[in-house]
Ligand binder design. Structure first.
Ligand code: ZN
Length: 203
């Protein structure tokens, strides 16, 4: 048996990029059908990260209901709250669970359905040009886990290398009055310090 050459080894190492067509290598991939094409195919248009929080049922953590919700596979008889979600088709690019595990549902090159009616810095339809990140958590002042900030920081550090991200905002900032997540429990200062970016990136 011939041993692989140094060049072959290097080639196989290079075959594992951090990003592959908008998919992040360090996330578990559970592809959702809830997405569309972005109006601009130009990667330089992807300039906003929208941070959300979600829990299903509200304030309960640890199940797989969010994953099933983003795949239109939620059992609506399972909980009274789920009745309101019947027919609702949404997704986000990423979900960070309470234990820090990262799941990706939609390629960052595609348009996920997370922000709804929205606008930021004078431009509306944030879904067109943003990446949505859901943190598993309660939106009304609930704290998030340290490990969630760690995953969020490493993901966003990689996002700003791959895409020309100019702003990070909460759903509450892009849809004020209509949405309240991630809410007062999310520490923007901590997030900013971890990323080491200037105030101009943050709400
Ligand atoms: Zn949200």
């Amino acid at each position: 048996m011939r041993l692989p050459s140094t060049q072959q080894i290097q080639t196989s190492r290079q075959a594992l990029p951090t990003w592959d067509r908008g998919w992040y290598r360090f996330a578990k991939h559970i592809s959702s059908p809830n997405f569309g094409v972005r109006p601009s195919a130009d990667i330089s248009d992807i300039s906003l990260v929208v941070v959300h929080s979600i829990s299903l049922p509200p304030n309960e953590f640890g199940g797989d209901q969010i994953e099933r919700f983003f795949n239109n596979d939620l059992d609506h008889s399972e909980h009274p709250y789920f009745k309101d979600l019947e027919g609702v088709k949404v997704s986000s690019h990423f979900l960070i669970k309470r234990n820090g595990h990262l799941i990706q549902f939609v390629s960052c090159l595609d348009r996920a359905w997370h922000a709804g009616v929205s606008g930021y810095k004078g431009r509306d339809n944030c879904n067109d040009y943003s990446i949505g990140i859901e943190l598993e958590g309660a939106e009304f002042g609930g704290k998030f886990e340290d490990i969630q900030y760690e995953t969020l920081t490493s993901l966003c550090s990689s996002l700003i290398c791959e895409f020309p991200i100019a702003h990070f905002a909460g759903h509450e900032h892009v849809a004020p009055g209509r949405k309240k997540d991630p809410g007062a429990g999310f520490t923007w200062d901590l997030f900013q310090k971890s990323l080491g970016l200037s105030d101009s990136f943050f709400p």
